[in-house]
Design a protein around this ligand. Structure first.
Ligand SMILES: Cc1ncc(COP(=O)(O)O)c(C=O)c1O
Length: 359
């Protein structure tokens, strides 16, 4: 067993620290997955997720990681026409891999990593073909770019496409108004800005997406939106759900919606990001992302002369788990996650430690 004192403070973009009170929620006794207690729990979670996301859309809960729900969105919402994947980073690339792996006609709009697609670029691409859906990544965890969904959704809708959004490292930290922004599938896990354990993924699914599912063959079994909806209408999942995380999620959603307030949570993420970006500039370092689209949940920094591997090892000795750059940027970037339940004091202390170790 790992001793309590050996756990590191996770400054990575997920999984993030889970508070003691949230962790304790997982120790509640088990309940039957086909029971009124289960339905009440499920329905309360769905109701609170709708509040948090500003939507009346169907909520889908999936005992899987978020990649599972990305596959679900692809299988249910892309029919005979192509799917357009806007690729500006490693996780956006995953959308297109999932499309190909599921035999969908997959097209890519490649955008420089560190940037976000503009409405003009999207419009030009959408005019070149007929698409069933457009896949976007709300927050590209590999590069620290937040895609401005509010500026793009109209272009998607004007071209009669469904809008599928991976919000894995954005939901709960970045502004999202699902109904106003007409997002058909908005999916995420809980181990990032919601600050809970991994294992349960969530999506809001529009009526248009469900209608598309009705017309789409080969939706599979585990991730069939129509089967999921049938069970969800009874407050259940088709298969056995990860019940301990339901307890956690119910508890956390009440905190987020009733105590902190979702808009205050977005504002706190903005405050942490502003502080971090100012720190980066004051240290004569630079952001990897174009500043106008820099994420409020994770900041990606060009490492310049800093030995990233050494910094990671040194920070570990100080009790921190540090995030290097992602994939091909492992040595040339590092990432500072400021998501979940983080406070400004914690971010300040972390950045001061980095400063001491690199000066
Ligand atoms: C933006 C984004 N999308 C998708 C994923 C995949 O999530 P999971 O590993 O929970 O399936 C991640 C994981 O970090 C992510 O950051």
């Amino acid at each position: 067993m790992i001793e309590e004192t050996e756990f590191l403070d996770l400054f990575i973009p997920g999984p993030v620290n889970v508070s003691k009170d949230s962790r304790e929620m997982m120790t509640y006794p088990m309940i039957a997955h086909r029971s009124n207690t289960m339905s009440e729990l499920h329905n309360d979670i769905a109701h609170y997720l709708q509040k948090m996301l500003f939507t009346t859309n169907q909520i889908i809960l999936s005992t899987s990681s978020s990649t599972g729900l990305m596959e679900a969105a692809m299988r249910n919402c892309v029919n005979k026409n192509s799917v357009l994947n806007v690729v500006n980073g490693a996780f956006a690339e995953r959308w297109s891999k999932i499309g190909s792996a599921n035999g969908k006609k997959t097209d890519i709009l490649q955008i420089d990593w560190g940037k976000a697609v503009t409405p003009k670029q999207l419009q030009e691409k959408l005019e070149s073909n007929t698409y069933d859906a457009v896949c976007l990544t709300h927050n590209e965890t590999s590069t620290g770019v937040a895609t401005p969904l509010q500026d793009l959704y109209k272009t998607v809708k004007d071209n009669n496409c469904l809008l599928l959004v991976d919000a894995v490292s954005g939901a709960g930290g970045l502004e999202a108004r699902i109904d106003d922004w007409e997002i058909d599938v908005y999916l995420f896990g809980l181990q990032k800005c919601i600050a809970l354990s991994p294992g349960l993924a969530v999506a809001s699914v529009s009526d248009a997406a469900l209608e598309m599912a009705k017309k789409t063959p080969n939706r599979g079994l585990y991730f069939d939106f129509l089967d999921l909806k049938k069970y969800h209408d009874r407050g259940m999942q088709p298969a056995t759900p990860v019940i301990p995380i339901y307890y956690q999620l119910q508890y956390k959603l009440h905190q987020i919606v009733d105590e902190e307030g979702i808009e205050n949570r977005w504002a706190r993420h903005q405050q942490l990001a502003d502080y971090t970006r100012d720190w980066v500039k004051s240290k004569k370092l630079s952001l990897f992302a174009e500043e106008a689209v820099a994420s409020n949940t994770v900041t990606c920094v060009n490492s310049k002369g800093i030995d990233v591997a050494k910094l990671k090892a040194d920070l570990m000795k100080k009790g921190y788990f540090f995030a290097t750059g992602y994939g091909k940027f492992k040595e040339t970037n590092f990432r500072i996650a400021h998501m979940g339940d983080r406070t400004l004091d914690e971010v300040k202390a972390y950045l001061t430690t980095i400063e001491e170790l690199t000066s």
